[in-house]
Design a protein around this ligand. Structure first.
Ligand code: SF4
Length: 212
C-alpha cells in the first residue's frame, strides 16, 4: 500500500492543471476518490487504519500468490505498480527484395521501441471504476513525468479468472484530469466530508471512526 506521509496544505481557489504538484498523489488516493471522499480525506491526512485492515492483508496475500514469477511492486516516487512487462515493437522496413542489407537491419534495430504494460491485481470487480482510474493514473504519471512509452494497462481479477485491458485515450485522460483536480479539492478541505453510509462502509477500516 502506498503511504501518504506529507501533510497537505489547504488550497483554495482554482489552480490550473496540469502542474507538477497536481500529479503527486498516490494511486490509492485516486482509488479512494471513487470509493468514498471521506475515506480519501482521512487517508490523505495520515489517518492510515488501512494498514491494519484484514481486507488489506487479504489483498496482499492475493498479490503474492497470484503472480509469483512476475516482477512485482515497482515503486516510482510515491506510486507503486503491482508489476510491469516490457514490450519491444520493431517496425521492420517493407522491402520486397529478398536480400536486406546490414545497414537496413541496423536501421530497423534503431527503430525498435520499448514500451511497457502495467498490471494491477484486484480482488473483486465491485470497484472497477476505481481500479480503472488508479491504473490510468499510473499510466499517465509515468508518461507525463518520465516520458515512459506505456502501451496499455491490464487489470487482473484472479479470483474471477478475468482480466481487462485499459487504454489511456484522449477521452479518459480528460476525465482523469478532472478526477485529479477533484482529489486535490477534497484533500484540501479543512475537515473531512461528513460520512454517508454506502456499501463499502461494512468492510471499511474507518467504520469505527465514522459510525462507532
Ligand atoms: S466507513 Fe464509510 S463513510 Fe466512513 S470512510 Fe469508510 S466508506 Fe467512507
Amino acid at each position: 500500500m502506498e503511504s501518504v506521509n506529507e501533510p497537505y496544505a489547504n488550497v483554495t481557489g482554482t489552480i490550473p492543471f496540469p502542474t507538477e504538484r497536481d500529479i503527486h498523489f498516490t494511486g490509492t488516493q485516486i482509488n479512494y476518490y471513487f470509493v468514498c471522499k471521506r475515506k480519501l480525506w482521512l487517508f490523505s491526512h495520515n489517518i492510515e487504519l488501512e494498514r491494519e485492515s484484514d481486507l488489506v492483508q487479504q489483498g496482499k496475500l492475493l498479490h503474492e500468490r497470484s503472480y509469483k514469477r512476475k516482477l512485482k511492486e515497482i515503486q516510482v516516487d510515491r506510486i507503486k505498480v503491482d508489476f510491469l512487462e516490457s514490450k519491444i515493437t520493431t517496425e521492420f522496413s517493407q522491402n520486397s527484395d529478398a536480400e536486406i542489407s546490414l545497414q537496413q537491419v541496423d536501421a530497423d534495430r534503431k527503430e525498435s521501441r520499448v514500451s511497457v504494460i502495467l498490471h494491477e491485481v484486484k480482488k473483486s470487480k465491485s470497484m472497477h471504476k476505481a481500479h480503472t482510474f488508479q491504473l490510468l493514473y499510473y499510466m499517465f504519471y509515468l508518461r507525463e513525468k518520465y516520458d515512459v512509452n506505456v502501451a496499455y494497462g491490464m487489470l487482473h481479477y484472479p479470483l474471477l479468472k478475468t482480466q481487462i485491458s485499459v487504454e489511456l485515450t484522449e477521452e479518459n485522460m480528460s476525465e482523469l484530469k478532472d478526477v485529479i483536480t477533484s482529489v486535490k479539492t477534497t484533500v484540501s478541505l479543512a475537515k473531512p466530508p461528513e460520512p454517508v453510509w454506502i456499501k463499502p462502509c461494512r468492510l471499511c477500516a474507518y467504520t469505527e471512526m465514522c459510525w462507532g
